[in-house]
Design a protein around this ligand. Structure first.
Ligand SMILES: [Fe+2]
Length: 453
């Protein structure tokens, strides 16, 4: 991984040695980092006076009284307290960014849907104006459910900052490179990596290499966590050390700027006279994080059949009902297929959870055609789906030698809630009208006589 360049006008903490300079390894750790020596108080959180004249401030990501193993908060030591980073808000309109509940009476969400990649627009778009909601689920007011979006970015945010009070954002790039300059440090992100931007964290997004397109899962509920591995044990799947949280970085910039806030599905903007990315030092466990999907260690069938796709879960956001996720983020990456006497692709099924898939690159084994990089599909709650005819016939008749699935990386946002299409998804995005036909040519083979057909 290339050494991270310090952004213009931004001062960054000394980088830890190692291949991932600029980041600290681990998931949910208690991190500490300072961009100026001695800026971080030691042995206490709130000294009478903080070094450098900084202000101490706590950012709470969970209720104060959440159980200790879920409790997340970060102490920030900053040039100005956050009360100086907001002002009198005025409502603004971002018409393509929708929030649940958003159920449209004249849009039919009951169906199996697939989309080609959403093309880039002629007009320049940034992280906010380029967000295109595809589905929403649950209810932001009760902090349950999620939304799925496509982002189309061709322009950096300049002296413009944003935070979502509604949600944490799971970002899945598909093309181009983005830089997230956040209060707690800088994350550079490229395809085959993901990032989690916590609820309430202020940031701006710069375009490093464009155009940039990707997928976003907006999580209104409990934070993403690593799934329990059960009998798999202490290793494999996503390993904690492969997650990277940025070191502290800050801007001391006195420039007219805007701060936009997403709050209960509405967008509000205020003007301030400086950069709000002014955290010089911080410690805590509520922080942005990135993860390289190429470090995900898949576990699967080694003799016959294959497990439920939950075996490929990277992250899970619990719903409060044990084992029933508000959102699972599931990865289908390159891997060996070795099962004997087995139909190896995903089987036909119907699921109480609703499944939104996206293709990051390559070809997906259950749909050799039509599900292309940048494209999405939706198999909503209790709607049957499975391999198309080509995949079924191929897998039913293949010689079952060990075979490596290569050049493939797709993912799923799976939620316990039904997903409702937005107007954009139903009418503007490149919906494949003929998707249902992928199962049309499946034949009846049964003729009442035993034997393989
Ligand atoms: Fe499925």
């Amino acid at each position: 991984m290339p050494r991270q360049e310090i952004p213009r006008d931004m001062r960054q903490a000394p980088s830890p040695d190692g291949p991932h300079a600029g980041y600290m390894p681990g998931f949910g750790n208690d991190f500490e980092t300072e961009a100026l020596p001695g800026a971080l108080p030691q042995g206490m959180n709130s000294p009478q006076k903080v070094n450098y004249g900084l202000y101490g401030e706590q950012l709470s990501g969970t209720a104060f009284t959440a159980p200790s193993h879920h409790n997340e908060r970060t102490w920030c030591y900053r040039i100005r307290p956050s009360v100086k980073h907001t002002g009198r808000f005025a409502r603004i309109d971002l018409p393509y960014w929708k929030t649940a509940p958003h159920v449209l009476p004249d849009v039919t969400s009951l169906g199996q849907y697939r989309w080609d990649p959403v093309p880039h627009a002629d007009a320049p778009l940034d992280w906010l104006t380029g967000m295109r909601s595809m589905t929403t689920a649950g209810d932001v007011n009760t902090q349950t459910g999620m939304a799925s979006h496509i982002y189309l970015v061709t322009r950096s945010m300049r002296d413009a900052y944003f935070y979502s009070a509604d949600s944490e954002l799971l970002v899945v790039p598909q093309e181009g490179r983005l830089r997230f300059c956040t209060e707690l440090g800088v994350i550079d992100l490229e395809p085959q990596e993901i990032a989690i931007i916590p609820r309430g964290l202020v940031y701006r997004v710069e375009l490093l290499e464009g155009p940039a397109r990707g997928f976003v899962c907006e999580n209104y509920g409990q934070k993403f966590d690593l799934p329990g591995r059960g009998p798999i044990g202490a290793n494999c799947m996503a390993n904690r050390r492969d997650f990277k949280t940025p070191v502290a970085a800050f801007e001391d910039r006195e420039t007219p700027s805007t701060v936009t806030v997403k709050w209960c599905g509405q967008f509000h903007r205020c003007e301030i006279g400086h950069s709000p990315l002014d955290v010089v030092a911080w410690h805590g466990n509520y922080a942005p994080v990135k993860y390289d999907l190429r470090t995900y260690c898949p576990v699967g069938a080694i003799l016959f059949d294959h497990p439920d796709p939950s075996i490929f879960t990277v992250l899970t956001a619990p719903s409060g009902v044990e084992g029933t996720a508000n959102i699972d983020f599931v990865l289908f990456r390159d891997r060996w297929m070795v099962a004997e006497n087995t139909f190896r692709p995903p089987w036909y099924h119907k699921n109480v959870m609703s499944e939104l898939m996206g293709n990051i690159h390559g070809q997906y084994d259950a749909k050799p055609q039509g599900f292309v990089p940048g494209g999405m599909s939706l198999h909503n709650m209790m709607l049957p789906h499975g391999p198309d005819r080509e995949a079924f016939e191929g897998a039913s008749n293949a010689e079952l030698a060990p075979h490596k699935l290569e050049n493939t990386m797709s993912f799923m946002f799976e939620t316990r809630f039904p997903q409702h299409l937005t107007e954009f998804a139903a009418r503007e995005a490149p919906l494949q009208d003929d998707y249902l036909d992928c199962w049309a040519s499946l034949e009846k083979k049964f003729d009442g006589t035993p034997g393989e057909k």
